[in-house]
Design a protein around this ligand. Structure first.
Ligand code: NDP
Ligand code: 8X3
Length: 250
């Protein structure tokens, strides 16, 4: 029987690439995001391969999260795989210059949003004693870089939540693990720099960054290991990257 994956942030970047990879590998999909037109296009394309349902909600709004998940039709209600991926950086500023709105956005989306979705889906996994949760962290959750302060804090929180989930869900046989990428070329920097295309493009110039498809392949590898294998915490960087601040650029 086909599994069903619930992917947050499926309209772009890592989430979208994972949706495409999963569809090509026969995993049914619940795809989430705020940009409905993108969800519609993906659904039309991927429905050729698997069953696809879309949910449009802002992950910051806990009532919308709960309402959207409660609305899942019977055929999509049993979630085998949860990919907690939605997230972004907002701004790149010193702590003394940072914007409170940016801090709110990062903590509300990357941390609280991840918790709201998890809270809505974990009970069914506990009841069935099965499920697999992948939390998308970051190298920013393993180290802190200049001006990364609150984004790094949000991803360190994801790291802690990933560990906490694994501990608490251990008695129920639910697998929990994190995939922590370094620099991946997506819309991430466009969002971080609020649409400043030049600044965003510069982040990935002079070296070969990871592609969202690279991360999607890794996520697919993680979710297709035999049941006794849980990849608990995986860090992946471009070969040119040694740490958040050391990138071998030409
Ligand atoms: P993108 O900007 O390309 O994608 C972000 C996704 O998150 C979009 O689908 C967006 O959907 C969704 N999202 C953002 N805000 C909200 C919200 N309030 N409610 C619902 N969905 C939301 O970035 P990436 O693919 O790069 O990022 C995916 C994850 O990977 C993030 O958690 C990021 O922190 C992490 N990451 C990224 C790295 C990189 O270098 N790119 C490296 C390490 C980790 P929509 O706008 O339609 O709602
Ligand atoms: C994204 C990677 O280095 O831009 O999480 O913070 S970085």
């Amino acid at each position: 029987m086909k599994k069903t994956a619930f992917i947050t942030g499926a309209t772009s970047g890592i989430g979208k690439a994972t949706a495409i990879n999963f569809a090509l590998n026969g995993i049914n999909l619940v795809l989430c995001g705020r940009r409905q037109e993108r969800l519609d296009v993906l659904k039309e394309e991927l429905s050729k391969e698997v069953n696809v349902h879309t949910l449009n909600f802002d992950i910051r709004d806990k009532d919308s999260v709960q309402k959207a998940i409660s609305s899942l039709p019977k055929d999509f209600a049993k979630i085998d795989i949860l990919i907690n991926n939605a997230g972004n950086a907002h701004g790149l500023d010193t702590i003394q210059e940072g914007s409170i709105d940016d801090w709110d956005a990062m903590l509300d989306i990357n941390v609280k949003g991840l918790l709201y979705v998890s809270k809505a889906l974990i009970p069914q996994m506990v009841e069935r004693k099965s499920g697999h949760i992948i939390n998308i962290g970051s190298t920013a959750g393993k180290e802190v870089y200049p001006k990364g302060n609150v984004y790094c804090a949000s991803k360190h929180a994801v790291d802690a939540i990933n560990q906490g989930m694994r501990i608490d869900l251990n008695p129920f046989g639910i697998r929990v693990g994190a995939v922590n990428p370094g620099l991946v070329e997506t819309e991430f920097s466009n969002v971080r720099f609020k649409g400043d295309e030049n600044r965003a493009e510069n982040v990935y110039k002079g070296f070969e960054p990871l592609k969202p498809e690279d991360i999607a392949e890794i996520i697919h590898f993680v979710v297709t290991r035999p049941y006794h294998v849980n990849i608990a915490d995986l860090v992946v960087m471009p070969t040119a990257q040694a740490s958040s601040t050391i990138v071998n650029k030409s």
